[in-house]
Ligand binder design. Structure first.
Ligand code: BES
Ligand code: ZN
Ligand code: ZN
Length: 498
């Protein structure tokens, strides 16, 4: 745990004081810090124009000697009226990066500087600890030298009531960041290690001691369950597939569960419709949808949210082996629907189709899919948003509210009957590639998926390909290089409200 709560700062924490400051209007300083020396320090550097308290700004003052601290780190929040919890999360991440760059081992956080924003102590502690843990994350499993610089942070609060709240906040921040960091870790692992079987093993291990029930289906069971579409993708690989089912019952038995479905392609070569070699290594991240669904389930269960929720993850490797499906091959999904595979690189939707049929059979309250489904979503949105697709305005509204609360960025994309109709095939009930090919590719993919959901179940799809990895320049608590855990926080918020 990187963040602790005390009634006064320890000697260790006195190495550096982290102080936040915002603006009452553009370029007008308004800091709530009430520490005598630090307060005047902020003003001094503001007047010198060395620190404008702008969003994302940091200024490290070595040897500042203020209020008993050796060094001071000033962190800008931008316009005070625009400050929300995501602003604090981002600011803490910037601060953590600066502390790491300056080789600080410990620091105290000035809570008075965050006092004017009407956030509860628990909320502040939650985002501070979550952000620190997320920013600290580094994938070191295959490094001989696993040392990486960590900074321990202290929150000092004298009032006993506040301290309790802060401790609770820190604990919850650790739970959510652990879920996200689990998702990042399994996604960052190379595919020669992180096989479908390994993902299932790691999931079972991570869920030990929680209230999650995890069931793993192996190849024989998947075949028996008539998941011909998923099996079609798996058959080109020497690594056998797994279906991972996670169930959590935090509410009354009578309450209908929500279902999450994740694409867990531990590697996507494209299969016989093979991908170009440049950049193909990023396709180890093609399991991010599945990993993020697992991470969300771990967090939801460990937070003890009052919700019933079930997750289905299809862990599969897409390879061009001797047994691989070929363009023109026809697969039969669990629903009996036949699918012509005109492009074996559009494999995610084939894996998800069977999972959606399975999820629909339980008549859940709603189904969400999370998948690195299309390159086209990056063309449409860049990396600033995850694309969301649903025919239900009501569901979109709830998702948007959850994402806003969680500080994640989603953008609604069209999903129309016209997109579904573009997935035609001469030889089978449906094709896995659209006609005209690749036009509105992400919406076509969403349309294909929706054909495997029962009509009476509200459905939304998250295409996270645009935010799967390397998001540090947009979200400083994400790694510059590596998986990010997109939408875990949104799923947690949605579950919290359900
Ligand atoms: N996993 C890819 C999508 C992807 C691309 C994710 C880039 C992240 C970054 C998916 O399986 C895929 O290859 N989709 C094809 C679909 C096409 C063949 C219809 C694509 O996007 O080109
Ligand atoms: Zn593919
Ligand atoms: Zn893929």
């Amino acid at each position: 745990m990187l963040v602790s709560v005390n009634s006064s700062f320890s000697k260790k924490a006195k190495e550096c004081f982290v102080v936040f400051a915002g603006q009452s209007a553009k370029d007008k300083l308004k800091s709530f810090c009430d520490c005598d020396e630090t307060k005047s320090l902020i003003k001094k550097y503001f007047d010198k124009e060395a620190f404008k308290a702008g969003k994302g700004e940091t200024l490290f003052l070595r040897g500042a000697e203020a209020d008993g601290f050796e060094n001071v780190l000033l962190v800008g929040l931008g316009l005070n009226k625009e400050v929300n919890l995501e602003t604090i999360r981002v600011a803490m991440a910037k601060a953590y990066r600066a502390l790491r760059a300056e080789k600080q081992k410990a620091a105290g956080i000035c809570m008075s500087s965050l006092s004017g924003y009407k956030f509860k102590t628990a909320e502040l502690a939650y985002v501070l600890s979550e952000s620190a843990e997320l920013t600290n994350y580094k994938y070191t499993d295959f490094l001989n030298n696993k040392n990486h610089h960590q900074v321990s942070l202290e929150i000092s609060l004298s009032k006993a009531g506040d301290r309790k709240q802060a401790e609770k906040g820190v604990e919850e921040g650790v739970i959510t960041s652990s879920g996200i960091n689990f998702a990042r870790n399994v996604s960052d692992a190379p595919s020669n290690y992180m096989t479908p079987a390994q993902l299932a093993k790691d999931t079972v291990k991570a869920a030990k001691g929680s209230k999650l029930k995890v069931t793993v289906w192996d190849k024989a069971r998947i075949k028996k369950e008539k998941m011909g579409s998923l099996m079609g993708v798996a058959q080109g690989s020497a690594a056998d597939p797994r279906v991972i089912i996670m169930e959590y019952n935090g509410a009354a038995k009578s309450k209908t569960p929500i279902a999450l479905v994740g694409k867990g392609l531990t590697f996507d070569t494209g299969g016989i419709s093979i991908k170009p070699s440049a950049g193909m290594e990023a396709m180890k991240y093609d399991m991010c949808g599945g990993a993020n669904v697992i991470g969300a389930m771990l967090a939801i269960a460990n937070l003890g949210l009052k919700v019933n929720i079930v997750a289905y993850v299809g862990a599969v490797e897409n390879m061009p082996g001797a047994n691989a499906i070929k363009p023109g091959d026809i697969l039969t999904a669990r629903s009996g629907k036949t699918i012509e595979v005109t492009n074996t690189d559009a494999e995610g939707r084939l894996v998800m189709a069977d999972l959606l049929v399975l999820a629909s059979e339980k008549k859940p309250a709603s189904i969400f899919t999370a998948a690195t489904l299309t390159g086209a979503i990056i063309v449409a949105l860049g990396h600033l948003h995850t694309g969301i697709f649903s025919e239900s305005d009501k569901l979109i509204k709830k998702i948007q509210e959850s994402a806003d609360k969680a500080g994640e960025d989603v953008w609604r994309m069209p999903l129309l009957d016209a997109h579904k109709k573009q997935m035609i095939s001469h030889y089978a009930d449906i094709g896995n590639m659209g006609t005209p090919s690749r036009a509105a590719g992400s919406a076509q993919a969403a349309g294909f998926l929706s054909e495997f959901v029962s009509n009476d179940v509200p459905y939304a799809h998250f295409d996270i390909a645009s935010q799967m990895s390397d998001m540090g320049s947009i979200y400083p608590y994400c790694p510059d290089k590596g998986a990010c855990g997109a939408m875990v926080r949104t799923f947690i918020e949605y579950a919290r409200k359900s």
